[in-house]
Write a protein that binds this ligand. Structure first.
Ligand code: C5P
Length: 232
């Protein structure tokens, strides 16, 4: 497996403690080079682990899904940028938040990704929030907004990857959660796709959580995902 293929797989360290996350990283060894640290680990040493992973040569995606007034987002992004991580998420609901994040990042190499519409939401969930748009339409609208604001990319499901790619061009990153092998359990995800589908439609990185972090044999599960990525 070459490094370019490995770099496409981001394993979500959604685990109850940093100790369990470290054990998973040790078990996956050199097979996985990119990790996502999200809200679950944030309250149990996740930021220390993020820096530790960076020191050991891994790439790190901090999935903090920031959303607040502009001043707070700007300052939070500025402090996050000092951690030296690779990717950070901000909710892409409005231009003020996006602009504040870009300002806070300044000249740091941190890549900013806008969360478009959570992959656990479907049209009925959006209707409940008061929007009449379909998930795909809202993803595209928010992807265009993030692109115009100077974000590096978006989080979108594989179902929207092709439309986002054609609207935003080759350089814009598309990072795709809700990834399952054919027949895999969806869990609480509403808009799932296979690795082949997401990559063929233009995704740059695939985020995989439970199919690897809750597998009986996470190393074997990661290898299966890598082999599907290699075939795509
Ligand atoms: O376990 P599973 O593969 O469903 O995990 C997906 C990961 O991607 C989770 O860590 C979740 O927080 C994250 N995510 C998502 N949908 C988004 C943004 C992030 O599922 N829109």
């Amino acid at each position: 497996m070459n490094d370019a293929i490995r770099d496409k797989l981001i394993v979500a360290l959604d685990l109850p403690s940093s100790a369990e996350a470290r054990a998973l990283v040790a078990r996956l060894g050199g097979e996985v080079s990119f990790y996502k640290i999200g809200l679950e680990l944030l309250f149990t040493g996740g930021l220390d682990l993020a820096q530790e992973l960076k020191r050991s040569g891994k790439r790190v995606f901090l999935d903090m899904k920031l959303l607040d007034i502009g001043n707070t987002v700007e300052r939070a992004v500025a402090t996050a940028a000092r951690l030296g991580v690779d990717f950070l998420t901000v909710h892409g609901h409005d231009r003020k938040t996006l602009d504040a994040a870009v300002k806070g990042r300044g000249k740091a190499p941190l890549k900013l990704l806008a969360v478009t519409v959570l992959t656990s939401l479907d049209a009925a969930d959006l209707a409940e929030q008061g929007t009449t748009l379909q998930p795909g339409e809202l993803v595209l609208k928010r992807a265009r907004l993030a692109h115009a604001a100077g974000f590096d990319g978006v989080i979108a499901s594989g179902q929207e990857a092709a439309a986002v790619r054609s609207a935003t061009g080759r350089e814009f990153l598309i990072v795709t959660p809700g990834i399952r092998l054919p027949g895999g359990a969806a869990g609480d995800q509403a808009r799932i796709t296979t690795p082949q589908h997401a990559l063929a439609d233009g995704a740059d990185h695939l985020v995989v959580g439970r199919p690897i972090n809750a597998a009986c044999d996470p190393l074997e599960a990661a290898r299966q995902f890598l082999s599907h990525i290699a075939q795509a």
